[in-house]
Design a binder for this molecule. Structure first.
Ligand SMILES: [Zn+2]
Length: 110
């Protein structure tokens, strides 16, 4: 009897392609730095740095801001990344830099 020798664990579940469980924090495949990946309002995805920086330290092309997706619910259902453009943020205003601003692949160093 299998039970007698301790083989009581259920069989391993088949790999489920719909299982999107992701326990590892996302890292950049280029440089290995921690990143946050957010959807944008135009159905693209963007890699952002895990922290905010004052706008004066982030070139305009890399400035992003995280916004709750507007819904009828009082609780924001989701977060989207929105490019900061049009109005200039104050120099001290925090923005989220795109990871590409600080992406330095290890093999990219001379
Ligand atoms: Zn990178």
């Amino acid at each position: 009897m299998a039970v007698a020798d301790g083989a009581t664990a259920p069989p391993r579940p088949e790999h489920d392609p719909d299982d999107v469980t992701w326990i590892e924090p996302p890292v950049c495949p280029e440089c290995g730095a921690l990143i946050r990946i957010y959807p944008t309002t135009c159905d693209r995805w963007v890699s952002l740095a895990p922290m905010e920086l004052p706008a004066k330290d982030v070139p305009e092309a890399f400035r992003w801001r995280l916004m709750p997706l507007p819904t009828r619910s009082p609780i924001p259902a989701d977060i989207v990344a929105v490019r900061v453009r049009g109005i200039d943020p104050l120099p001290s205003e925090p923005v989220v830099p795109a990871h590409s601003m600080m992406c330095v692949p290890e093999w990219g160093e001379p």
